[in-house]
Design a protein around this ligand. Structure first.
Ligand code: 3SL
Length: 247
């Protein structure tokens, strides 16, 4: 198995696909997706266009759907929810289809959606993602950070590094045996540097600071947790994520 890290969707090479592509948006889209599926959301339908999202959501009765998303970190006007993982309780989200649009996480998923297997990862689901890779043993794996409007995001690369680090440890392999590119080695170094102070990293990260200005400190605390959810969101068709039942 070879893991290649790409800091942003823009870095992903054209004209080739891995066996498994992993979208990462720790702050906050992929943390929120995992949180929603954890409390029993039926599926997550991802859109970049808000009008298309509204139209598609109308195929479901109002009690079966939730519209969620952000622009500039704030809830989209008229939507039920923003993009906070803490919004999702069983009471609110269980059995519902989440129609979701976020700025960077959505773009990342769309960039890799033609890969044969697409999953999402967050720090909260790191071990579950590693278990998924150990079980399915894909040959080529991409770990793709969502970044922020084309620029690199510290927390996404740290999450990619956390996955690569743990996978190498469980395979008892040297990192060089599984690293598909230099960014993977760099991501692991970043993770080993910050692993004892993940919340502090969130406070240093530019998007963490943006969310702090929006009074979302509780989201930073939530998203900084490692290995707290044992689940993997997996693409069932392009743009739709469900719980991987095998996990
Ligand atoms: O850009 C995104 O996809 C979001 O996760 C950003 S935010 O954390 O909701 O502001």
């Amino acid at each position: 198995m070879k893991l290649s890290v790409y800091h942003t969707p823009e870095e992903v090479p054209e004209g080739t696909l891995p066996d498994c592509a992993i979208a990462i948006d720790v702050l906050r889209a992929t943390s929120t997706m995992a949180a929603a599926l954890n409390v029993g959301a039926a599926a997550i339908h991802v859109f970049s266009d808000l009008e298309l999202l509204r139209k598609a959501s109308e195929q479901f009765p109002s009690e079966k759907r939730l519209l969620a998303g952000e622009r500039e970190g704030a809830k989209v006007e008229g939507f039920d929810l923003g993009n906070s993982p803490l919004d999702h309780t069983a009471e609110r989200s269980k059995g519902r289809h989440l129609f979701m649009s976020t700025t960077n996480g959505t773009r990342c998923l769309q960039r890799i959606q033609t890969a044969p297997v697409v999953i999402t990862a967050a720090l909260t689901t790191r071990q579950a993602v590693v278990d998924f890779l150990l079980k399915h043993e894909p040959d080529q794996v991409w770990l793709v950070g969502s970044g922020w409007q084309g620029a690199y995001s510290l927390e996404d690369t740290v999450c990619a590094g956390a996955i690569a680090h743990q996978l190498a440890a469980q395979l008892t392999h040297d990192l060089k045996e599984i690293a598909g590119n230099d960014s993977t080695v760099a991501a692991v170094s970043l993770y080993t540097h910050w692993k004892a102070s993940m919340l502090e990293l969130m406070h240093c990260a530019s998007h963490g600071q943006r969310l702090l200005r929006l009074h979302q400190e509780d989201d930073l605390k939530y998203c900084a947790q490692l290995d707290v959810l044992n689940l993997v969101p997996i693409q069932s068709e392009p743009g739709v994520l469900v719980l991987d039942q095998a996990n």
